[in-house]
Design a protein around this ligand. Structure first.
Ligand code: IPE
Ligand code: IPE
Ligand code: MG
Length: 243
């Protein structure tokens, strides 16, 4: 019996899962708590989800933590979120390292306060040789901003128009070191991209579990991977008839 059978995993486990961690505010409101309590709760389950990815053999996990548009939220919420992210680094970095996860950042580090920026840089340096899981944290990330940034860099590098093809564009994105996601999960019931991995998710499977992010754990991840296993990916072509 293969390991996948024992775990009830499909034959093909997504190599790269990307998650839009949505619904913290509504999770808190349902309990009569302030929104920031929801954001805190939404960091408690992260460790379980990372552990489950390692257990299931997922090699890349990309999590959407803060978008370029989230700066438009009330000042108290933004500063509260920054504090929470700061605490998460203090609390989780050693554990992340122990799990064999390599931390990477996608998005813009400028715009963050000095302390947080330093913590991100230290975390990346500390875990750079780990190879069980790559954890891309999308923080101050927007897909349109990423594409604009890529175009600016291509122009700065003096490329000729004939040199520009899809592989080259991919290599200028913040995600250049990761394959495209096979599966994108958005929790909370919302069904939109909200400026996440627009280029990279062209042929990803999308799943929208009906739970708020703090309630998403190992079982919900397993269910999403099982659903992924039942999808037929066609990439615009035709699947050969099964006999
Ligand atoms: C996601 O939860 C976390 C961030 C965007 C930082 P929300 O804060 O968007 O929660 P809802 O969508 O209001 O419930
Ligand atoms: C997307 O969620 C961003 C993150 C989860 C970090 P939002 O809650 O910001 O997206 P909208 O506003 O519902 O589209
Ligand atoms: Mg939201």
């Amino acid at each position: 019996m293969s390991n996948n059978t024992k775990l009830d995993l499909p034959e093909i486990v997504p190599q790269h899962i990307a998650i839009i961690m949505d619904g913290n505010g509504r999770w808190a409101r349902r309990r009569g708590l302030p929104r920031l309590a929801g954001h805190r709760a939404g960091t408690e389950n992260l460790r379980r989800v990372i552990e489950a990815c390692v257990e299931f053999g997922v090699k890349y996990l990309t999590i959407y933590a803060f978008s370029t548009e989230n700066w438009t939220r009330p000042r108290d919420e933004v500063s509260g979120l920054m504090r929470i992210f700061d605490d998460v680094f203090d609390r989780e970095l050693a554990e992340l390292d122990r799990q064999g996860a390599q931390l990477r950042h996608i998005g813009r580090l400028d715009g963050l306060n000095d302390s947080l920026r330093e913590k991100v840089r230290n975390g990346i340096a500390m875990t750079k040789d780990n190879d069980r899981l790559v954890l891309n944290v999308a923080f101050n990330y927007g897909s349109r901003d990423e594409i604009v940034h890529a175009i600016q860099e291509m122009i700065k590098d003096g490329l000729d128009s004939e040199e520009v093809d899809e592989d080259l564009v991919s290599s200028y994105l913040f995600t250049a070191q990761s394959p495209d996601p096979d599966l994108v999960i958005r929790t909370s019931g919302e069904q939109r991209t909200s400026n996440f991995l627009l280029w990279q998710s062209a042929y990803s499977e999308w799943i929208f579990p009906d739970v708020y992010w703090p309630d998403f754990g190992r079982d919900e991840l397993l269910a999403a991977i099982q659903e992924f296993g039942s999808r037929e990916r066609r990439y615009g072509g035709l699947v050969p008839q099964q006999t």
